[in-house]
Structure formats: C-alpha cells, structure tokens
Design a protein around this ligand. Structure first.
Ligand SMILES: [Zn+2]
Ligand SMILES: [Zn+2]
Length: 129
C-alpha cells in the first residue's frame, strides 16, 4: 500500500473512544495503551487558573486574555489527580503510554525519605564496628 493510501485510511488516532474517567486503558481504535493526564492552564502573569481547551493535542486557554490581569501569556501545569477545585479548568489529554515512558527515563526521581534513610544508615554504621 502506498504512503498516500496509508495516510488516507490510517489517520492519526485521537483515541476519541477512550473514556477520560479511566486512568489507564487501551484504545479500542488503535490498541495503544492510553494514559489520561490532566493539565491546568495558569496565567503566567498572575498565576490565576484559566479555563482550558484541547485541540490537536495542544492545550490552550479558551479566552485569549486573562480576566484577572489582562495578560495573554500562560503556562500549562500537569496535575497528578483531578480535584474538585480543578474540575472546571482541567483538560484531559490522552497520551500514549510508550511515549510517556521515554519522558520518564530522562527524569531523575529522588525521594526525600530515601535520602533520609541513607543518611541514617551511614550514621548508624560505625556503631556496628
Ligand atoms: Zn487510539
Ligand atoms: Zn493573569
């Protein structure tokens, strides 16, 4: 099958049939593992939350300007869990899990508790000698 036909018949899947209520599920249309990530848009100037929208995988605010300070600059913030306070603002983004794994590999995760434990062990060690 030629590239052109492939493009016509196999359009990029938007995973429309994946429910946003499921945190992690397989897309019925393309079979990929999809993770629901929530994003909140905030004003870069005053930090106020702005109502977001998603189109073509891009998260952006519905209104062009912030109603609080008039700025049109904004940033997106990923939230771990959708809370009551964010329900009117948050945007669900359906992301393929394999893509996320690549991102996760580049991040270094250090748990503060782990460091505390290491320090504690180091302090305790000489007592055994
Ligand atoms: Zn899909
Ligand atoms: Zn603002």
């Amino acid at each position: 099958m030629s590239k052109i036909w492939e493009k016509l018949f196999y359009r990029k899947c938007n995973h429309e049939n994946v429910a946003t209520t499921a945190n992690l599920s397989y897309c019925p249309d393309c079979g990929k593992l999809i993770k629901i990530n929530w994003y909140v848009i905030r004003c870069k100037c005053c930090n106020k939350k702005r109502i977001g929208l998603i189109r073509n995988d891009i998260v952006y605010p519905i209104a062009r300007y912030c109603t609080n300070c008039g700025s049109n600059e904004f940033f997106t913030e990923k939230i771990d869990k959708l809370t009551y306070f964010d329900i009117n603002y948050a945007v669900a983004k359906k992301e393929v899990e394999e893509d996320l794994q690549v991102i996760n590999k580049t991040q270094i995760w250090v748990d503060d508790k782990d460091i505390e434990e290491i320090i504690l062990r180091l302090k305790l060690l000489p007592q055994f000698f």
